[in-house]
Design a protein around this ligand. Structure first.
Ligand SMILES: [Zn+2]
Ligand SMILES: [Zn+2]
Length: 269
């Protein structure tokens, strides 16, 4: 039974909707939820150049304090009826560990929760936002040589994020671990990929990290499955990974995305 949404975006997201923080909370209460984590995209490292055309992958640094204050106010306002955690979705970008660590050292004391996610992968001479569009995914395939090579690169980057020294405030939840399948209907996996997740889950278990069971992919026409998909549930329970549902909503109407489909991850929990 899902009663908590651990991955909700806000009007502070430059590529999301302008729905107010209150509208998310009210919609979640209507759904019968007991709480949520606002996990806005944390500002990218200052020396990292956002590779997407509008450079709108994350909140700008100048909005961070306002975001933290607004969520804190709402948290206090609703504290009797509804749990609100102040969070961020932090990008792991290979090669920017030091900057990410110092950012987390600074902002960590103001957070209740955080997610560590990979959206950007490092190619030979540049970074690409792998999940930005089918075209950006195709660029990865062309440069790395095959769809399987993109999977391997994505999973290796996730594994590096788990190993990375990001300091005392390193997030304890791994975001959308199979985001590499966002365009799987156009770029099918013609190879078995489930075993490729084993080193990730083994390391997560060792470090007691939890897993974002992210419903956003269910509504993406080229994906139509959660991240990770339900077929991974057996492996997740074998490794005894703690699961937290996340709608990854970028609009209040997107709350509960995929929630019905991901139920198997929350059986008897
Ligand atoms: Zn987003
Ligand atoms: Zn994400």
């Amino acid at each position: 039974m899902i009663t908590y949404d651990g991955h909700v975006h806000t009007p502070f997201c430059p590529h999301g909707s302008s729905d107010s923080l209150e509208s998310y909370v009210e919609a979640a209460i209507q759904l019968g939820y007991k709480g949520m984590t606002f996990a806005e995209h944390a500002p990218l490292p200052a020396t990292f150049c956002d590779p997407v055309p509008a450079q709108d992958s994350a909140m700008t640094f100048s909005k961070l304090n306002h975001y933290l204050e607004e969520v804190k106010l709402l948290k206090e306002q609703y504290q009797r009826h509804f749990t609100i955690r102040i969070g961020l979705e932090v990008d792991y970008i290979e090669g920017f560990e030091e900057e990410t660590r110092s950012f987390l050292n600074e902002v960590g004391p103001f957070l209740d929760d955080a997610i560590l996610s990979v959206h950007f992968i490092r190619l030979a001479d540049r970074y690409i936002c792998m999940d930005y569009s089918p075209e950006s995914f195709k660029e990865c395939v062309l440069e790395l040589g095959s769809v399987e090579a993109v999977y391997d690169c994505y999973f290796e980057t996730v594994l590096k994020s788990i190993h990375a020294n990001l300091g005392f405030h390193k997030p304890e939840r791994i975001g959308h671990v199979t985001l590499v399948r966002k365009f799987q209907k156009q770029f099918p996996a013609t190879f078995p990929y489930i075993n490729k997740l084993k080193p990730i889950f083994a390391e997560m278990k060792k470090r007691n990290l939890s897993l974002d069971i992210n419903g956003a992919g269910v509504k993406k026409p080229l994906c139509e499955e959660s991240y990770p998909p339900v077929e991974i549930e057996k492996l997740v329970s074998e490794y005894q990974i703690h699961c937290i549902y996340g709608s990854d909503a970028h609009a209040a109407s997107q709350l509960a995305s995929g929630a019905a489909i991901v139920q198997p991850f929350f059986r008897s929990k």
